[in-house]
Design a protein around this ligand. Structure first.
Ligand code: MF3
Ligand code: CO
Ligand code: CO
Length: 267
């Protein structure tokens, strides 16, 4: 495994790509309402990325080994869908929770981020799952600094998820990112604090924990992309692209509309 170290010029480009990805989420937020289809959200985001931002939507026709090309420009994962939900003609309804996952390519560099949205008014249980998952992501980000083992991130996330009564999906993970969508390392959202490579300044990777209200087991739908919980329990996910700095971390996928970090995060 070789983890690339980004130079200052690369980092400047990644900051731009990261902000643009987050700004797509800012743009689409007011459209996430009961009665809209995920196809409409996909088309709106596609046009915003291409026409307003001059970006390429990275998911469109993305075909990692063994997968058919991904047919849409964003991922829309509703309720028991864990990740990679494919937009379609289904209407969002009051009480749904949905993850929108955006990856842009700007000037050859990738920015990758996702947020949860409640459609209308979601249940208290659904909102708690979204909130704890957000905390899991930020608790993982907060331990990032040169000299730690990568495994500390997963151990930190797993602890918060499991002490909250939830489970961590094992089959999908965060990833290095840069000129390529998915690079080394694989960033597990569970595991042991003293395992894995040692972080160095200039590494860039995503944290994107998928947390289930029920059991951790998943299955794939027949479309070959959409991942759902086996027990049909709700699942939530948040994602940031993060730089390891000399003193800690910098979240690259922030913009004016980003929800504030939890209050436990040192500013
Ligand atoms: N954005 C997802 C991630 O966080 C990957 C989506 S791949 C796609 O890694 F093909 F489904 F879009
Ligand atoms: Co990602
Ligand atoms: Co993503």
């Amino acid at each position: 495994m070789s983890i690339s170290i980004k130079g200052i010029g690369d980092i400047a480009k990644m900051r731009i790509a990261g902000r643009l990805a987050s700004e797509v989420l800012d743009y689409i937020t007011p459209f996430v309402q009961p009665g809209v289809t995920t196809d409409t959200l996909d088309q709106l985001c596609h046009d915003y990325m291409v026409q307003e931002q001059g970006c390429i939507p990275a998911p469109l026709n993305y075909a990692p080994g063994g997968h058919a090309p991904y047919p849409k420009s964003i991922c829309t994962s509703i309720n028991q869908q864990v990740c990679h939900g494919v937009p379609g003609d289904k209407l969002l309804k009051d009480g749904d929770i949905i993850n929108l996952d955006i990856t842009v390519i700007k000037d050859g560099w990738h920015g990758d981020t996702s947020r949860m949205f409640s459609v209308g008014k979601a249940s208290a249980q659904a909102n708690r799952l979204c909130q704890i998952t957000y905390e899991c992501m930020w608790k993982g980000i907060q331990v990032v600094r040169p000299g730690i083992h990568l495994g500390l991130i997963g151990a930190t996330i797993q602890k918060h998820a499991e002490t909250s009564g939830y489970s961590v999906v094992r089959e999908y993970c965060g990833h290095g990112i840069g000129r390529a969508f998915h690079e080394d390392p694989q960033v597990m959202h569970y595991g042991r604090a003293n395992e894995g490579p040692i972080l160095e300044a200039g590494m860039i990777f995503t944290l994107e924990p998928m947390i289930n209200a029920g059991r951790r087991d998943i299955r794939m739908l027949s479309d070959g992309w959409t991942v759902v919980t086996k027990d049909r329990s709700l699942s939530a996910q948040w994602e940031h692209t993060v730089l390891v700095t000399e003193t800690g971390f910098e979240a690259l996928t922030l913009s004016a509309g980003s929800p504030p970090p939890p209050t436990f995060i040192a500013q």
